[in-house]
Design a protein around this ligand. Sequence first.
Ligand SMILES: Cc1ncc(COP(=O)(O)O)c(C=O)c1O
Length: 329
Amino acid sequence: MSGVLSTIGATPIVELTKLDPNSSVRIFAKLESHNPGGSIKDRSALEMLQERIRDGQLVPGKSTVIESSSGNLGIGLAQICAYHGIRFICVVDPRTNRQNIAIMRAYGAEVEVVTDVDPVSGEYLPVRIRRVRELVESITHAYCPNQYANPLNPRAHHSTVREILDALPTLDFVFCATSSCGTLRGCAEYLRRHQLPAQVVAVDALGSAIFGPPVGGRLIPGHGASVRPSLYADGLADQVIRVHDLDAIVGCRRLAAREAILAGGSSGAVVSALDVVRDRIPPGSTCALVFPDRGERYLDTIYNDDWVAMHFGDVAHLWKEPEMEAMSC
Ligand SMILES: Cc1ncc(COP(=O)(O)O)c(C=O)c1O
């Protein structure tokens, strides 16, 4: 592999010592925002396309890749298709942030926004999937990676967890935000295949349908899914933590304030999940938190005080540092 694609993977891992200075466990973060497309989904995109280019199913200049994505996978695919000169159509919905759409278009992707929700579920995802099927049937030499069912998606994450294992002296818990189940499944598969004892904690949104019926809606894209993906299997996770959107926001704001890491919503959800299980983690354990993307794409939402107040009320005290409050008096 050459060019920018050769920089996908091998992302940095850093110790978080300021998130909780009294922590009895060591906490490390795998910063997937350092992938060239800005997220963990670069790995899945590369694995799913590279294999098909190798076996001749995808032919630069002739094939069209078509996928439904709320953003990060779309950006990863757009980047790889641009590199190889492959046409790419991404089907998104109105919840997709405008910047993500602009980035995909900047890479040369065609972006189609579905506008109606599915009349049965009230969700956009079934409508997006139907539109992808229509496009695949109507365009010759079309290929849909289908991240929700493609075994190459989890396979991409064997390296994610292997890199964590290589970087740390021991590993007891790995926390992964979950949507397609690619990260969760890939990490769990690798650990079990190598008979490694680390536990996998899956982090989902409260309003998601992956691990059970949704509880309310969800506003933050990234983690969570409105339909259980085919890649889901019982027992992949040792523990499942479902996080309210507000707790994901608090996690993000604390990360920015204490660790100077501007991370996306699912990273905040992972931080919040660690808080939930912390008392059950034996002292001296090593925890790895996988941070899937960066915060710049959430400046209008998670990091916008007006947006947060509009949806959750007056909640800034939840992340304000005590010394900052004193300074503002
Ligand atoms: C920001 C973010 N976090 C978490 C996930 C979940 O990852 P996976 O699809 O591997 O379950 C995604 C997937 O798109 C994502 O974009």
